[in-house]
Design a protein around this ligand. Structure first.
Ligand code: SF4
Length: 354
């Protein structure tokens, strides 16, 4: 197999078919990719679709156009803008990383994969993506799309994740010294638009002539995957307390741990057998409704509790936020689900819609 030939064909295809994305510099442009924008997009794209990321990326880069602006931002403002995008450790690391870039690197991103790897929240994938796209280092960039293309192109039948080193070896040999960033983005696009997981469009693929899986008739079966362990289920309670003037009880989650630092509806702990832990002493009602949400490592099921409290009620934790200052959009999805569910419930816990 001629790696240089395949690399050239992939780049030719990219020159004609590159996706236009807000963080991307089109092929052939004299402009250089901005490492700040590459970094921001790659962090947002982890576990999240391009379609979902676009609006967040535009808002973040409009509000904080440089890494210095982001480093100087209020934590709460950044966490609020991130709300709804999920995987909130990314937002905390985004801030940490911006502040390290400013404090230790004079506000300029380091240029090599090895140096980038020392920054908070930057793992092997993101370091390689920034180094190759913004600084032309021929570092192979491995994400799910590129792993799939490599598994098929070279007919790697060993299952993931064990096959990762072999797939990376293939990607390394394929990465050209010239335009490695465009090569990486070309493979991302190929995986996202043609060599898709379920039904690859081999008929319009620029590397069909070189594809071993296609020749063997096993393209759609690759990459194989080792069976996943079932996710455990955790349980909990979510407490919606409101005052007669509409103020709602909210709290900020502890900095460390899941959804750390985010604005939240108060809840009990999340475990196999959680104890009730109401945030204000009042009569709580059980409308027999459950909030369901899936995190990376577990499914969560929380029983909803609702209460209407006196105007002068004092919570044991959190604070009542006036109706005019509360926007459900600033809540992470799991708490927004709880809030939305509570809207169909009257103050005595009865469901309004039967
Ligand atoms: Fe993927 Fe088909 Fe192209 Fe092979 S020929 S790389 S399976 S789209």
């Amino acid at each position: 197999m001629r790696e240089d030939l395949i690399g050239a064909e992939i780049l030719d295809w990219y020159d004609a078919h590159a996706r236009q994305l807000p963080w991307r510099v089109p092929p052939g442009s004299a402009e250089r990719a901005d490492p700040y924008r590459v970094w921001m997009s790659e962090i947002m794209l982890q576990q999240t679709t391009v379609a979902a990321v676009k609006a967040y990326f535009e808002r973040f880069t409009t509000r904080w156009p440089t890494v210095g602006d982001l480093a100087a931002a209020d934590d709460a403002a950044v966490m609020g803008e991130w709300a709804g995008l999920g995987y909130y450790a990314r937002a905390r690391n985004l801030l940490k990383c911006a502040r390290v870039v400013v404090a230790d690197h004079g506000g300029t991103f380091p240029r090599t994969e090895a140096e980038l790897l020392t920054l908070p929240g930057i793992g092997p994938y993101t370091a390689a993506a920034i180094a190759s796209i913004a600084f032309d280092e021929p570092a192979p960039v491995m994400d799910g799309n590129i792993e799939r293309v490599m598994a098929r192109l070279f007919a790697v039948e060993a299952p993931l994740p064990g096959s990762k080193p072999v797939l990376k070896d293939h990607a390394t040999r394929l990465t050209p010294q010239s335009r490695p960033g465009d090569h990486a983005q070309a493979l991302m696009d190929l995986g996202a638009t043609i060599c898709t997981p379920k039904s690859p469009a081999c008929g319009i693929c620029p590397v069909i002539e070189h594809c071993a899986a296609r020749a063997a008739g096993i393209a759609a079966e690759l990459p194989r995957k080792s069976p996943k362990k079932a996710k455990p289920v955790r349980f909990g309670y979510a407490y919606i307390a409101r005052k007669p003037d509409g103020a709602i009880l909210l709290e900020t989650r502890p900095d460390r741990g899941l959804l750390g630092g985010m604005l939240a509806i108060p809840t009990s702990d999340w475990s196999d057998a959680p104890a009730e832990d109401p945030p204000v002493d009042t009569q709580w009602h059980d409308p027999d409704l459950e909030v369901r949400h899936t995190f990376t490592h577990f499914h969560l099921r929380m029983a909803l509790r609702v209460a209407s409290v006196a105007q002068d009620a004092t919570p044991t934790r959190g604070a009542f936020v006036p109706l005019a200052q509360f926007s459900p959009k600033t809540l992470p999805t799991v708490f927004r689900k709880a809030f939305d569910l509570s809207r169909g419930v009257s103050v005595d816990g009865a469901r309004r819609n039967g």
